[in-house]
Design a protein. Structure first.
Length: 205
């Protein structure tokens, strides 16, 4: 019963955060000249279009239930960077759209929390939504390819340096997993997450 309750609290904000994060990337790319995601049906709010069973469900649930922290991934939205109209600026805009969507969802969950309080099931779900979106936003801004932060860095580098920098991408998730297990990512993100928690507590008090 407790396990089912945890899944009920965790699943809606997690699925929503992952789905809208990917839709935001595809929507931004479409607005900036690349219709690839739109043509493939990836601008849909149907979570099954974006969810990777292992990365979006099994691993996030296991990590959350075991430690209370979040880690996972969705199917990346395909972007053909060659179609973007204003390179490299548009690379940064497409990349930033994902974390920006998590920031907006964080704010939306905070509003719900302010309205219902934190003692109800919806309140607990709202706190989960706040922290899940904060974690996803900050995690994706880490400049390790292929995370969104690396795309923003790529847009700022000279072409030759950008190419060399992105050669790390095939090993990026392995590097990130090692940093997570080593506690380095947690140490870096914890101050920001604590600050967000304090701000939300002040806003909903």
């Amino acid at each position: 019963m407790i396990l089912l309750l945890k899944i009920l609290i965790f699943a809606p904000p997690a699925i929503l955060a992952i789905t809208l994060h990917e839709v935001a990337h595809g929507w931004a790319a479409n607005q900036l000249g690349d219709p690839t995601a739109a043509r493939l049906g990836r601008l849909s709010l149907n979570p099954f279009k974006h969810i990777d069973l292992l990365g979006s469900v099994v691993i996030p649930a296991a990590v959350y239930l075991a430690s209370g922290s979040f880690f996972g991934w969705a199917k990346p939205v395909p972007v053909d960077w060659r179609n973007l109209k204003h390179m490299p600026r548009d690379i940064a805009l497409v990349a930033a759209a994902g974390p920006a969507s998590n920031l907006l969802m964080l704010a939306a969950w905070a509003v719900v929390l302010r309205l219902v309080g934190d003692s109800s099931l919806l309140g607990l779900m709202s706190w989960t939504g706040v922290f899940f979106n904060a974690t996803i936003m900050l995690l994706n801004l880490i400049p390790i390819p292929p995370l969104d932060g690396s795309r923003i860095v790529t847009s700022l580098l000279p072409p030759r340096l950008a190419i060399a920098y992105n050669k790390v991408e095939p090993f990026g998730l392995v590097i990130l997993a090692a940093l997570l297990m080593g506690g380095l990512v947690g140490a870096v993100l914890s101050p920001a997450l604590s600050w967000i928690e304090r701000v939300i507590q002040l806003l909903v008090a």
